[in-house]
Write a protein that binds this ligand. Structure first.
Ligand code: FAD
Length: 416
């Protein structure tokens, strides 16, 4: 059930999901073994082995919009969270700093070792650690139990998810935990209730985990102290110009693994490197299985880039990015290194140091964005449904053509 880390596997899984996409709104909340009612595409979407627009277009070629609106809406929740955080980067740095200030808590370790004492929680921990995936409802129940029942810091729960989830994402993860803890939408917390678990857990799971249900009987919310609405502090996203130079190298990283399907796809490069953000993997203690998954996804990106540009792409998953990029740029006599712009998160945090190391060697770092990201980024100035209404209009007005091929240029174009 774990998605193989390649674009081909992701497209294959999308093809398998398309026939049941029309049932998603009805079935998506049910937590069943193997999770047959949801797409399980999140690791691929998270690392951009495939893009949200591609997923939406493929589903809309097979179904009328009103039958699959719920699914497409969920796909664009991720883009909402990313855009929201991109406008308010202080929320990320506050989370990162508060995580660094937390003291060691033996209870956090016990829960993380599936020794919480509650079979429901231990079951989800085992699934998360064993597979790198959890169903959305399981994530919500687990996070609600962590925050409101076990009364553990939401930040350490978010770090635990980020470490193990193959789709672990600075925006979707951090902001979902904030939402459960009542920090994202002032006055609203998420509580997991026994009746909800009884409704959506598969009968065999319900039976085997029955002893853990009492903890969800009468949940009481841990209300946060006064919650301030985080202001937008970065309305504009920096734009950098790529100058034409034969000594230009392409850097591919794990925030965007289908660069050949981006504006950089039409540029020429003299050399290509694909790197893993190993400093971040170490810092967050990513387990071996997740490192391997990421390494394979990076290798897949390197193979595709090699085919697209007809030059071998080197893969670096041992050295930190700074060292790897400077060594490679010097060895290939590069004047500039070009990459997709990582959005807010650990890789973005490391950019100033990376840029400085390259600059010391006389090399420019130029970051570029996907126009579709820039176009909808500012839609996230308010709540999700405001964001969605603007996207929805486009989907309704311009459904993708049934005949257009999967690899054609972006099939969905959001007006600014
Ligand atoms: C506490 C908590 C933490 C989470 N952490 C992450 C995370 O680190 N990374 C992550 O990608 N998602 C996260 N989610 C959102 C959601 O649970 C997963 O995206 C979803 O379960 C992935 O499974 P799927 O691919 O089968 O989803 P499907 O239901 O098939 O949905 C299709 C795609 O839509 C997107 N999506 C669906 N639901 C959401 C959502 N609520 N928020 C954002 N995107 C969504 C995902 O890209 C997903 O692959 C979190 C949710 C909670 C409650």
């Amino acid at each position: 059930m774990i998605l193989n880390p390649s674009r081909t596997a992701a497209l294959g899984q999308l093809d398998e999901f398309i026939p049941i996409a029309g049932l998603y709104a009805r079935d998506r909340n049910h937590v069943k073994s193997g999770h047959p009612s949801v797409s399980r595409l999140s690791p691929a979407i998270r690392h951009r082995l495939i893009r949200e627009e591609e997923v939406a277009a493929a589903v809309l070629r097979a179904h009328p919009f009103n039958r699959v609106e719920k699914f497409i809406q969920e796909v664009f929740w991720r883009r909402y969270w990313k855009s929201w955080l991109s406008l308010r980067p202080d929320v990320w740095s506050d989370f990162r700093d508060s995580l660094g200030n937390l003291t060691e808590n033996p209870r956090v370790r016990e829960v993380g070792d599936a020794r919480s004492g509650n079979p429901v929680i231990d079951h989800f921990v085992s699934e998360l650690v064993g597979t790198g995936y959890l169903h959305n409802h399981a994530r919500m129940w687990f996070a609600a139990w962590w925050v409101h029942e076990a009364r553990l810091p939401w930040q350490s729960g978010a770090a635990f998810f980020y470490r193990h989830l193959l789709d672990g994402d600075p925006a979707s993860n951090t902001l979902s935990w904030r939402w459960v803890a009542g920090l994202q939408t002032p006055g609203k917390t998420y509580l997991a209730r026994r009746c909800n678990l009884e409704k959506y857990l598969a009968p065999e799971l319900l039976e085997s985990l029955a002893a853990g249900l009492a903890a969800f009987e009468n949940p009481s919310a841990l209300l946060p102290e006064a919650v301030a609405k985080p202001p937008i502090t970065r309305k504009d996203w920096p734009h950098e110009n790529l100058t034409s130079s034969p000594a230009t190298g392409l850097w591919i990283h794990e925030e965007d693994l289908s660069v050949e399907h981006s504006p950089l796809g039409t540029q020429c490069f003299s050399s290509i490197i694909v790197t893993g953000d190993v400093a971040n993997w170490d810092n967050h203690r990513f387990p071996t299985a997740k490192r391997q998954w990421l390494a394979n996804a990076l290798e897949d990106a390197a193979t595709r880039a090699g085919m697209r540009w007809q030059i071998p792409a080197s893969l670096e998953i041992q050295k930190p990015n700074g060292e790897a990029l400077v060594n490679w740029a010097k060895a290939n006599a590069l004047a500039q290194v070009v990459a997709m712009h990582p959005d807010i998160g650990p890789l973005h945090d490391s950019l100033p140091a990376l840029r400085a190391s390259l600059a010391q060697a006389g090399i420019r770092l130029v970051l570029t964005d996907r126009p579709e990201d820039l176009r909808i980024r500012h839609f996230a100035s308010g709540g999700f449904f405001q964001f969605w209404e603007r996207l929805r209009k486009t989907f309704v007005a311009n459904p993708p053509k049934k005949t257009s091929s999967r690899d054609s240029q972006l099939p969905i174009d959001f007006p600014a």
